[in-house]
Ligand binder design. Structure first.
Ligand SMILES: NC(=O)c1ccc[n+]([C@@H]2O[C@H](COP(=O)([O-])OP(=O)(O)OC[C@H]3O[C@@H](n4cnc5c(N)ncnc54)[C@H](OP(=O)(O)O)[C@@H]3O)[C@@H](O)[C@H]2O)c1
Length: 302
């Protein structure tokens, strides 16, 4: 019998890619706001309680509009924290594992630019989004022992609104953007995150039930190797597009964060250390330049 996965946020950047990579491994039931609104805790409780069977819960859905989140903290808490608590409780009730996606925004990013954050570093979110995702982590970690919390950084992809799509749109308009150069991280393609998850999931599902306790549950950082500023990332997109099209659109100009005011404070240093993923799960992600080249190829072949 094929295992059954309940997947939230199937229309999101990561959720959509997860449907593609997990479907060969399991029967994936992807749900979205039309099925159940995650901000309605009682409706979610009722929905999952009556959903049968489930062998694994995969939970990437979240309120991810970080600036808007500052204006609607209660709603964001319901979607990011409370839904994660409800799903973790249901996982425990059924004795099944759960995967939760979290973010670099759980850190304040004040660390020196040559250093990265590892899984055990103290969290100290600067925004409503970061705080509610951190509290979602805490709920999952506390309630459901059999959890994988996968912390991501600077996700982009072929779907949804993301920095990569914005840069492509500006490029095609012939507009040269000003882009911040004093925030650093590692742009990670949503498809690579989904492929990495698809390597982790069989390790969880294929183990005999009693051995699942032997899986190295816990928190893992999953992001591209290497480091970039938003300006580096934007420049790489423009350079590659100029090469592909033969045009010569002027490259993005660097500005500081103070020249680009936004509602939510972003971490300056979003570098996540992948060492635990490499050592314990034997997984190494490609660098961000390689992932960008793959993603641009995927657009050409779409
Ligand atoms: N994007 C990043 O740079 C980034 C970085 C680090 C970590 N993460 C984490 O990675 C995960 C996936 O991110 P993503 O970029 O794929 O997010 P996304 O594209 O914004 O997708 C979020 C998904 O959640 C769904 N959702 C939001 N509110 C909902 C509600 N009230 N009820 C039901 N569904 C709801 C959305 O549905 P609709 O489309 O219908 O709104 C969408 O399917 C999230 O947990 C996020 O916190 C993201």
């Amino acid at each position: 019998m094929r295992p059954k996965i309940l997947l939230t946020g199937g229309s999101g950047q990561v959720g959509y890619e997860l449907i593609q990579t997990l479907s060969p491994l399991a029967e994936v039931h992807a749900i979205d706001i039309q099925d159940v609104d995650l901000s309605d805790t009682l409706a979610l409780e009722h929905f999952v309680r009556n959903h049968n069977p489930i062998d694994l819960i995969v939970h990437p859905a979240a309120f991810t509009a970080v600036d808007l989140a500052e204006e609607q903290p209660e709603l964001v808490r319901a979607v990011n924290t409370d839904s994660s608590r409800v799903l973790a409780e249901e996982a425990v009730r059924r004795n099944i594992p759960m995967i939760y996606y979290s973010t670099d925004y759980v850190f304040d990013g004040s660390r020196s630019f040559n250093l990265r954050y590892n899984e055990d570093d103290r969290t100290s979110p600067l925004s409503v989004y970061g705080l509610t995702k951190r509290d979602g982590e805490t709920a999952v970690r506390t309630i459901c022992k059999k959890h994988c919390i996968l912390r991501l950084c600077w996700v982009y992809g072929l779907r949804g609104q993301n920095f990569f799509q914005t840069m492509l749109r500006l490029y095609h308009q012939g507009t040269t953007p000003n882009v911040v150069h004093d925030q650093i991280g590692a742009p990670t393609w949503s498809r690579v995150i989904a492929m990495t998850t698809a390597i982790i999931v069989p390790k969880i599902l294929n183990a005999p039930r009693e051995e699942r306790w032997g899986f190295p549950w816990g928190t893992y950082h999953i992001c591209a190797s290497g480091v970039a500023s938003w300006h580096d990332f934007a420049t790489a997109i423009f350079v590659e597009m100029n090469r592909q099209t033969g045009h010569n659109i002027e490259l993005p100009k660097p500005i500081s964060s103070s020249e680009y005011p936004v509602k939510a404070i972003r971490p300056k240093n979003s570098r996540l250390d992948n060492t635990k993923l490499e050592k314990i799960l034997n997984l190494k992600l490609p660098d961000w330049q390689t992932q960008l080249a793959w993603c641009l190829d995927a657009i050409k072949n779409k």
